[in-house]
Design a protein around this ligand. Structure first.
Ligand code: TYD
Length: 203
């Protein structure tokens, strides 16, 4: 499947990169300019499969790296196509959907341990119209994660995040034509990044 979903915007980046902040700012701005048509969502989702993923991330449930990759992919199928509030249905009903993470996270995070062509095959989902990569060095991300004072999740380790960052850069080199891609420097001030993102997205 190489379809592209119009009016679907995805933010990607490492934990602590600032992508969630940027997703929220863009959602607020587009909410004003589109007159309330925006839905901000995230992966892992807050639905049952996403909750299971989070319990693995918090070390409450132990499983294999392969099973976790399959859970992320299953959560994504549900996120896209569930009959209640799936992304595809929301887009059909004229909404603009912004997701904090999508399958590029699976290729980059699970790509550290799992085979890339297998990951691509279980994540054969449509691409979004826009991909925004908030690129922040792993050392800075770790500093921000530490300053939150929360329990560390499964992938919150500098050596792992370095490898994920390099995977993101590889994955974004092979986006199909028609996907609009922007990389922003996560070390720049929040408002500077936000302005770049707002002028990139024309909806
Ligand atoms: P994150 O965006 O950090 O969620 P939250 O801010 O709510 O904690 O995502 C949780 C973790 O899951 C993060 O370490 C990235 C990882 N992840 C993957 O490894 N693969 C995936 O496909 C997705 C969506 C996330």
């Amino acid at each position: 499947m190489n379809d592209i979903l119009s009016s679907f915007i995805v933010f990607e980046g490492l934990d602590g990169s600032g992508k969630s902040t940027q997703a929220r700012i863009l959602a607020n701005r587009l909410e004003q300019s589109t007159g309330g048509k925006v839905v901000l969502t995230a992966e892992p989702t807050d639905r049952p499969i996403g909750a299971l993923v989070r319990s693995v991330l918090r070390h409450q449930v132990c499983t294999t790296s392969r099973a976790l990759a399959l859970l992320y992919a299953a959560d994504r199928s549900d996120h896209l196509f569930n009959a209640e509030d799936g992304i595809a249905g929301l887009l059909d009903r004229g909404r603009v959907v912004i997701s904090d993470r999508y399958f590029y996270s699976s290729l980059s995070y699970q790509g550290v341990t799992e085979d890339m062509s297998w990951l691509r095959s279980i994540n054969d989902y449509p691409h979004p119209q826009y991909v925004i990569f908030v690129d922040t060095p792993a050392a800075e991300c770790m500093k921000r994660i530490d300053s939150r004072g929360e329990e560390k999740e499964l992938f919150d380790r500098i050596d792992y995040l370095e490898r994920v960052r390099s995977n993101f850069n590889i994955v974004f080199e092979t986006l199909p034509d028609g996907v609009e891609f922007l990389k922003v420097d996560g070390m720049e001030p929040v408002e500077v990044q936000a302005d770049r993102i707002a002028s990139f997205v024309s909806l």
